[in-house]
Design a binder for this molecule. Structure first.
Ligand SMILES: [Ca+2]
Ligand SMILES: [Ca+2]
Ligand SMILES: [Ca+2]
Length: 606
């Protein structure tokens, strides 16, 4: 298992680094000529008249042509005449006729049998409401609706220069016929969800390595707390304190001389907490760097991890504090979160410490979202393996499981899946890989340096997509319970992709594989469908996408043992290997002033 090189103090857990492998301007079309003549009031847009239907209304289109008999045409003309008189009566008796001293509204046919009543000028909302009331008081009137201008539901593209690289934020789309870089059948589709969200200010707690300053997070980070109690791992000179800044979690050769670091490896700082915070809440459409999943969310950084991982005791206290519960020796969190993201994990089974805390949080409506882990094992890391935590499996952009993500176990009951970036690991190498998820990072190798951007791979980066979707859902329905939120996520998920040639995931085929609800949870996260459901609308049913393309054929030629008819005997001996902890991953640096991309050092899967 590549996930637990730090096994030796047993309490230490690697980040699901293990698990981290590795406005839009809403284009409102309101206000054109009509609105310009009469600006919208503060309480709503103007109405271009009213649309009215009378009871038992006569259709506008009368039978005509050679098939209509003369008698039919006469009857229709008579009905139209009676309808015209009925309308005149309604207009007069509603006080809208010429005798009122005002110009009568002009009637124009609309719909099958309704009339558009056009007045001299657009109606303010209160005027429209008063006229509607007068018309509805007439017994002949069935309904009245203001003739409003509808706005475009399409969003403009954000102006963040890295957005074109952030395929993981873009709408779900693509087919086998598309080039691989055009296929987005595994993504959550945040760009499609944005117009349905109110982008309300929702708090998301990120339990991680802390936070660094980044211009793309300006104004989006609330006060947090540092729960790392062991000064030897903390790297900030003390134990718990009120400053959750990430001083770096690098491990040096000198560190390894201490028995406390037995089992750890020399590594650079991960800036893992900054990455997760940036994915959720990076400022969007600000002309800088990348976009985030949510434009209103605020991050409470809860530092639980220092050098070489996090203690279970610090994670549990951090989780409880994030949710607003009392923690001994620590002032209460003034910004309690309903959503707690944890992209750290361990390979031990979910124990009572985690489960008790997760149950406490569930009871007060707080959802714990956890990465599944990166050991390509048929069992998620904990706490994704705990009951009622939402475990998140990592998918490829096409929707099949990445070569490294864990799956199975509790994921079937409360989890789901979304893209995590698929690197060149595994028997099928780069043929089915993608370019990773571009998000924020710090560029310092040990201590904090310049703010930058990176391409990332790992289930660490799948989990925050679920957390951000929950934030959008909570914005629409702040009173939703834990179970309503989790059910909504799972019910709105798209079906997992299928394939005639790629095998389903199993303990004998744990690499790149086809997900089922038993292995990767309810389906593929869909942010737009989650918000459609949260709005009380009915979701259209979806059929699974079928993965059958030239790249898959080419991959199978590389490793024909991965055909479903000839599975490998053991997850360790073949199938898709995990690819090792190190691979050809890239940090993508953006000099924030110059907005210039340059390639930096490779990083590992987080
Ligand atoms: Ca400290
Ligand atoms: Ca600190
Ligand atoms: Ca930005």
């Amino acid at each position: 298992m590549i996930f637990n090189p730090c096994a030796a103090p047993p309490a230490m857990r690697r980040p699901a680094r293990g698990v981290a492998r590795a406005a839009v301007v809403l284009a409102a079309a309101l206000g054109t000529a009509a609105a310009a003549a009469q600006p919208a009031s503060a309480d709503g847009p103007p109405a271009r008249g009213l649309i009215v239907r009378l009871k038992d209304a006569v259709a506008h289109t009368q039978p005509d042509g050679p098939l209509a008999g003369a008698r039919q045409r006469e009857a229709a003309a008579a009905a139209a005449g009676r309808e015209s008189q009925r309308w005149q009566r309604v207009i007069d008796e509603s006080g809208l006729g010429g005798r009122s001293g005002k110009r009568e509204p002009r009637l124009r046919p609309v719909g099958r049998d309704q009339q558009w009543l056009e007045f001299e000028r657009p109606l303010l909302p209160r005027e429209a409401a008063a006229l509607r009331e007068r018309l509805m008081s007439r017994p002949e009137v069935e309904w009245v609706e203001p003739n409003l201008r509808e706005r475009r539901l399409q969003t403009a593209l954000p102006n963040d220069p890295l957005f074109p690289l952030q395929w993981w934020l873009q709408p779900a789309s693509g087919s086998n016929a598309n080039a691989i870089e055009m296929r987005l059948r595994g993504v959550a589709g945040f760009q499609s969800a944005w117009p349905r969200s109110n982008q309300a200010s929702v708090v998301v707690a990120v339990l991680d390595t802390g936070i660094t300053a980044h211009p793309d997070l300006a104004g989006r980070v609330l006060p947090g707390y540092d729960f790392v109690s062991a000064v030897e791992y903390a790297n900030d000179g003390n134990g718990r304190d009120s400053d959750p800044s990430d001083p770096g979690d690098y491990v040096t050769t000198a560190d390894l001389s201490s028995p406390l670091f037995s089992g750890c490896v020399v590594e650079n700082s991960s800036w893992h907490g900054t990455i997760i915070a940036g994915m959720v809440a990076a400022r969007t459409d600000n002309g800088i760097g990348g976009a985030g999943m949510h434009w209103g969310a605020s991050i409470v950084p809860v530092r639980v991890a220092g050098k070489c991982g996090a203690d279970l005791s610090d994670i549990v206290d951090g989780m409880r504090w994030a949710a607003g519960l009392a923690v001994a020796g620590v002032p209460r969190n003034p910004y309690p979160a309903r959503i707690v993201n944890i992209s750290f994990g361990g390979s031990a089974a979910c124990g009572p410490a985690y489960q008790t805390a997760i149950d406490e949080l569930r009871a007060i409506g707080v959802v714990v979202v956890a990465a599944a882990g990166n050991e390509w094992a048929a069992q998620p890391s904990r706490p994704a393996s705990c009951v009622s935590a939402v475990g998140v499996v990592g998918l490829n952009r096409d929707g099949f499981k990445t070569n490294y993500s864990n799956f199975g176990g509790e994921i079937a009951r409360s989890g789901l899946a979304t893209v995590a970036g698929d690197d060149a690991g595994g028997a099928w190498g780069s043929v089915l890989a993608d370019s990773g998820l571009v998000s924020l990072i710090n560029l310092g190798s040990t201590t904090p340096g310049d703010a930058g951007y990176a391409r990332l791979y790992g289930t660490s980066f799948a989990a925050p997509q679920v957390a951000a979707t929950l934030a959008h859902m909570l914005g629409l329905n702040p009173a939703s319970s834990h179970d309503q939120l989790v059910q909504g996520l799972r019910q709105s998920a798209r079906p997992h992709v299928t394939s005639p040639t790629m095998a389903e995931c199993s303990d004998r085929n744990p690499g790149r594989c086809i997900c089922t609800t038993a292995t990767c949870g309810a389906g593929i996260l869909d942010a737009e469908r989650a918000l459609i459901l949260a709005s009380g609308l009915v979701l259209p049913p979806l059929l699974p996408q079928v993965i059958d393309n030239a790249e898959l054929d080419a991959a199978l030629r590389l490793a024909p043992q991965d055909r479903p008819s000839n599975l490998v005997e053991s997850g360790d001996s073949g199938g898709d290997g995990g690819g090792g902890a190190f691979g050809g991953f890239w940090l993508l640096a953006l000099a924030t002033a110059a907005l210039t991309l340059r390639l930096l050092r490779p990083v590992r899967r987080r």
